[in-house]
Design a protein around this ligand. Structure first.
Ligand code: COA
Length: 158
């Protein structure tokens, strides 16, 4: 376990601070989309002393199915294993909650996220074509690739 992970505490919160909202926007640039799931999801934050440096939101989408609808690590703490730590925590919580599957979606252009999710056992189960054209009014780019489609991934928990 890295020095950073050793010091991080993950806890559930209902308080939407500005620092938390900034992290939510890092994963999802649309406040409209964020607000559509914020009050229905369970919010978990990674704290380092008094700072929030990561978060994820778990949402029940169907009976026995949970989805990570937002996950982010503050930019100055990325690539130090915290994303993996948060996602493993989400997997464990979903399992303890009795979910059969944990799902996550990401853009066709989100190459590192696709790597991370597959490393943790998520499999691609579908493509929601043109999702980003339908839900966002501005073109979005990542890795110089336009975000068109939502890649849907799922991990079996039982
Ligand atoms: N370059 C290469 N690989 C990267 C990477 C980068 N810049 N960032 C993440 N990865 C991949 C690697 O596969 C890495 O695995 P490895 O440790 O075996 O090499 C894996 O991600 C885990 O890295 P980790 O350090 O745990 O990730 P992180 O703390 O940077 O968090 C995100 C990952 C995606 C949560 C973080 O980058 C983030 O907040 N991004 C912006 C918000 C976002 O895109 N959220 C997801 C929306 S679908």
């Amino acid at each position: 376990m890295s020095k950073l992970i050793e010091q991080v505490v993950i806890s559930q919160t209902a308080e939407i601070s500005d620092d938390l909202y900034e992290l939510l926007l890092l994963a999802d640039p649309s406040s409209k989309m964020i607000n559509s799931y914020l009050d229905r999801g369970l919010i978990f934050i990674a704290s380092l002393k008094h700072d929030i440096i990561g978060e994820y939101i778990l949402l029940k989408t169907r009976p026995n199915i949970l989805e990570v609808v937002n996950i982010a690590v503050r930019e100055d703490y990325q690539q130090q294993g915290l994303g993996k730590f948060l996602l493993n925590d989400a997997i464990e919580r979903a399992r303890l909650a009795g979910a059969e599957r944990l799902e996550i979606g990401t853009a066709n252009s989100s190459l590192f996220q696709l790597a991370l999710y597959q490393k943790l056992g998520f499999r691609i189960v579908g493509i929601d074509k043109n999702y980003f054209l339908r839900h966002y009014n501005k073109p979005l780019y990542e890795n110089k690739i336009q975000c068109f489609d939502m890649i849907r991934l799922s991990k079996k928990l039982v």
